[in-house]
Design a protein. Structure first.
Length: 560
RNA sequence: AACUCCGUGGUGUAACGGUAACACAGCGGAUUUUGGUUCCGUUAUUCAAGGUUCGAAUCCUUGCGGGGUUGCCA
């Protein structure tokens, strides 16, 4: 079964769906066309997923609707095909399809040029030869109006010629721009004669050297939306100030449609950063192991970490959609993945920090094949075989000398259950000269085979996991934790990295059923957490597991 | 304090003039061959002050607090 979202009908779950519902009811639209327009200058992160789950989700919810995937590639100096490909892969992985509707803003360069000419002809745009510094000066500031450029009142004919010469490459970078003629005293600085085109003698990843002038986002974006017949153009809050300009272009150019821009708050998560610039920097400075480092909030990172698209979608549904800035507790995300994996992940036993146990009462060369549930949440999934023998390994944490009364695991004289094994009692602790425990000598009760309760009605408080020493497979296990050590990560973020965000355990011991784990396989190490065979480092026969998320651990809290 | 958007438990959200609710987190308990899961219970909320109204989280005014905006980035 492909991992795609269920198709719900449109409900007023948030203010945007309310607007769409209203537009449908009023007859303004009888279907919707949305778009997800990333700039291909970085990898997509979970914040982008919030946006495109809305864009694609809406198209799924309203009959006869569609969502376009459009590369907003108007700045060739920052963009790259590597990103175009990763974006498509990540959107698909999340379960969405755009069909034939894959576009580039660069598809529209010629049309966009035509709209610019139209504005010039209407006397609404002019070629300005102020330098960047002068333009800044002329713009004024938050409290003072700007003043008009001396080039502002050139004739239409002159502007037409100049703009054609810009296109022809007769101006160097910074020597001329095309600006809209709006209002240099507008209280919204965005409206003080914004730049439409700048000269960039750069090679574009698709149009090559065809162009040396490139449209600005504010100009290209609304018109691209209009060209594609977008009905609802959904974007994040920082574009709120740009909406008047968006509407200005759509109203002054002869476009086939008038899309409506609606803004919503972007996602912020505790203990991580969610800006492309910062993520870019983490990668460039090698503070992480690439865009798909499992600690990254990128979709490729979350995928490698073991997150499922369904859990991410569920999370996004849970956090809702509003117009106010917030900081979402990453615990909500962790809940979503635990909840998903609890239902679906096969259970296995793995010992991360092994200490040897010898069952002195158990025959030397005997091996029993124990039956263990694949997933107790769904016994119909059947069982797997786990070999049991005289020499085992258990978790070092699962034994304690002089344990407090609320310690339920193995101590001298306290019986515990070996899951799917036997009940054992520790008789003797063997230490090396440094005092380190090297072996626990135990006896077992043959009446508890499979870990079952004995007929005498005896009870046991603790159940611990184990692996058979002779059958265990050594494996590298990577324990990932939050990337940053503070909830709210500011601008000096590189100094706030969590030094414990990755702990590599070179020699964990796994039960033999895991020997041939395929990269990407997700399992639960019982009593520890959910793990995923790494897609880059893991090979059948030589698995490497990443911790996706730990199981809740009340004992860790109880002992302080 | 120029303009603009926005303020609901610890966190994310709902309530659309009529008993402030849900999820997560926390706490307590039950069940449990995972100290997991599940189940039950529980703590805690409308930024402030005025106004309109029989009745305000919701409408109005003012104040306070937060975000965005002075790129030839998106």
């Amino acid at each position: 079964m492909p991992d795609t979202p269920a198709i719900p009908t449109l409900e007023p779950r948030d203010f945007i769906r309310e607007i769409v519902l209203e537009d449908l009811k009023s007859g303004k639209h009888d279907h919707v066309v949305t778009r997800f327009p990333p700039e291909p200058n970085g990898y997509l992160h979970i914040g982008h997923a919030k946006a495109f789950c809305l864009d694609f989700g809406l198209a799924l919810e309203v009959p006869h609707s569609r969502c376009h995937l459009r590369m907003d590639d108007t700045n060739p100096v920052k963009e790259d095909v590597e990103y175009v490909e990763s974006i498509q892969e990540d959107v698909r992985w999340m379960g969405f399809e755009w069909g034939q509707h894959f576009y580039y803003a660069s598809d529209y360069y010629e049309q966009l040029y035509g709209y610019a000419v139209e504005l010039i002809e209407k006397g609404l745009a002019y070629v300005d030869e102020l330098t960047a510094d002068q333009m800044r000066e002329y713009r004024g500031n938050l409290t003072e109006p700007g003043k008009e450029s001396p080039f502002r009142n050139r004739s239409v004919a002159e502007n037409l010629t100049l703009f054609a010469r810009m296109r022809a490459g007769e101006f160097g970078e910074g020597e001329a721009v095309l600006r809209a003629k709006i209002d240099m005293a507008h209280p919204n600085l965005i409206m003080r004669d914004p730049t439409l085109y700048r000269v960039l003698k750069a090679h574009h990843h698709r149009t090559g050297d065809d162009w040396c002038i490139y449209p600005m986002y504010d100009f290209a974006h609304p018109l691209s939306d209009a060209i594609e017949g977008i009905t609802h153009s959904l974007c994040s809050l920082e574009f709120e100030n740009h909406r008047p300009l968006y509407d200005w272009f759509v109203n002054h150019c002869s476009v086939p449609a008038k899309p409506r821009q609606i803004e919503f708050a972007r996602l912020n998560l505790t203990y991580t950063v969610m800006s492309k610039r910062k993520l870019q920097q983490l990668v460039a400075e090698k503070l992480v192991d690439g865009w798909d480092d499992p600690r990254m909030p990128t979709l490729s990172g979350l995928r490698r970490r073991g997150y499922t698209p369904a859990a991410i979608r569920k999370f996004i549904e849970t956090i809702g959609l509003t117009k106010f800035n917030s900081l979402t507790d990453v615990a909500l995300l962790e809940y979503a993945i635990r909840n998903d994996l609890n239902a679906s992940a096969p259970r296995v036993m793995a010992v991360l920090d092994p200490v040897k146990v010898v069952i002195t009462s158990y025959p030397e060369h005997q091996v029993e094949e124990m039956e263990a549930l694949i997933n107790p949440e769904d016994p119909s999934l059947g069982t797997r075989i786990v070999p049991f023998s005289r020499e085992l390994y258990i978790e070092r944490d699962d034994f304690m000398e002089n344990a407090p009364k609320n310690y339920f695991r193995l101590t001298v004289g306290q019986e515990v259950r070996l899951r799917y094994g036997y009940w054992i009692k520790c008789q003797e602790v063997i230490k090396d000269p440094s005092g380190q425990i090297v072996e626990l000598r135990c006896t077992h009760d043959p009446a508890t085979r499979g870990g079952e309760n004995p007929p005498d009605g005896r009870k046991v408080k603790g159940t611990i996991h184990w692996v058979s020493a002779a059958h265990a497979i050594p494996s590298e296990v990577r324990l990932y934790d939050r990337l940053f050590s503070v909830e709210q990560v500011g601008d000096d973020f590189t100094s706030l990295l969590n030094p414990e965000s990755l702990k590599i355990i070179p020699n964990a011991l796994l039960e033999p059923s895991l020997a041939m784990a395929q990269p990407g396989d997700r399992v639960q190490f019982e009593r520890i957490g959910y793990f995923c065979a790494d897609t880059k480092l893991s090979k059948p026969g030589k698995p490497v597991f990443n911790r996706t998320v730990a199981l809740k651990d009340p004992w860790a809290k109880a002992k302080g």
